[in-house]
Design a protein around this ligand. Structure first.
Ligand SMILES: Nc1ncnc2c1ncn2[C@@H]1O[C@H](COP(=O)(O)OP(=O)(O)OP(=O)(O)O)[C@@H](O)[C@H]1O
Length: 295
């Protein structure tokens, strides 16, 4: 594999000195975001009759709050189009436009110094014109590209480190290697935040914090280990065996139990799902809409 960065071989066992990239971070960062709202203006097509161009505002993030300590790994979960990438981009200081609320790094706003220390691995990252492969020199697969992209970022010993769906499209073993590597990086005092689609249960339990974000509206923020206790406490529990992430995504879509709406007329399903989402959003506001972080 020639020049491929082998992240797995970088993992340290307890009787070895940690490899350079897993050594403690130089600058620990406490990341805090409060009531983050992001609005875009959507231009509509010109009306032929009046010849006027209409536009409307759309809130992509609707008041998202959370905190990640040095040494912690945050997973942002939610259905497609729910605002996960937008939130990560805003945390990375790269979102222009109507952004309000507060995002701080060690209680200070975004700065050029912070930008230099940050690592970002987003889906659009390409290894264009770089040949990283074997004798056939055929370039890289999607999984290899993701690993190289993450490897490139961690070489600068970054913190915080933001990753957009680092495991999407990968087999479960490779996905686990990647998340284990990120967990090791967090253990060295880095602040790690990632958007992720449906992590398996063994991945889920590696996350210190979880943010569930349907429609840009948080339904849960807190310790990964306490997520089911929270939903049970407000009377939401899965009746059938399903992975934690599947259940959370069902809730985020307003679906309380598997097949819950099988006998409900389709025009009623939307209403039912909205009612579940509204109830969860209300519970979030009264129970969790405060900063949890330093404990
Ligand atoms: N600048 C923009 N202008 C208009 N719409 C936008 C803009 N940025 C984001 N959106 C919309 O906001 C929504 C959230 O997008 P985002 O990419 O953050 O979702 P996501 O949760 O990461 O989705 P996925 O899991 O499918 O990648 C989408 O509907 C997207 O089209």
């Amino acid at each position: 594999m020639g020049s491929e960065i082998d992240m797995e071989s970088q993992t340290c066992s307890s009787d070895q000195e940690p490899t350079a990239i897993f050594k403690n971070v130089n600058r620990p960062v406490f990341l805090k975001f409060e009531d983050v709202v992001y609005t875009v203006e959507i231009k509509k097509a010109r009306c032929l009759k009046t010849k006027s161009k209409k536009s409307e505002e759309r809130n992509i993030l609707k008041g998202v709050t959370g905190a990640v300590l040095p040494g912690e790994m945050l997973a942002i979960l939610g259905p497609s189009g729910s605002g996960k990438t937008t939130l990560l981009t805003s945390l990375g200081g790269r979102l222009s436009g109507q952004l309000s609320g507060s995002i701080t790094y060690n209680d200070k706003p975004f700065s050029n110094q912070m930008k230099r220390n940050m690592g970002r691995s987003f889906e659009a990252t390409k290894c264009k014109n770089i040949i990283i492969s074997g004798p056939m020199k055929r370039g890289v697969s999607g999984g290899e590209r993701k690993r190289v992209s993450i490897g490139q970022e961690i070489l600068i010993n970054p913190s915080p480190l933001f990753l957009d769906k680092p495991t999407s499209g990968l087999d479960s073993t490779t996905a686990q290697r990647i998340v284990s590597t990120l967990w090791e990086l967090a253990r060295g005092g880095r602040t790690v935040a990632m958007a992720i689609h449906q992590p398996s249960s063994r991945l889920f339990y590696m996350f210190h914090k979880v943010l569930l974000l349907p429609d840009g509206n948080p339904l849960f923020f807190g310790k990964g280990a306490s997520v089911m206790d929270y939903f049970s406490s407000i009377a939401y529990s899965p009746f059938v065996h399903m992975t934690l992430a599947d259940y959370l995504l069902d809730l985020a879509n307003g679906k309380n139990v598997a097949d819950a709406y099988a006998c409900v007329p389709s025009n009623e399903v939307d209403k039912e799902q909205k009612a579940v989402k509204d109830a969860l959003a209300t519970s979030y506001k009264s129970n969790l809409a405060h900063i949890e972080g330093r404990d």
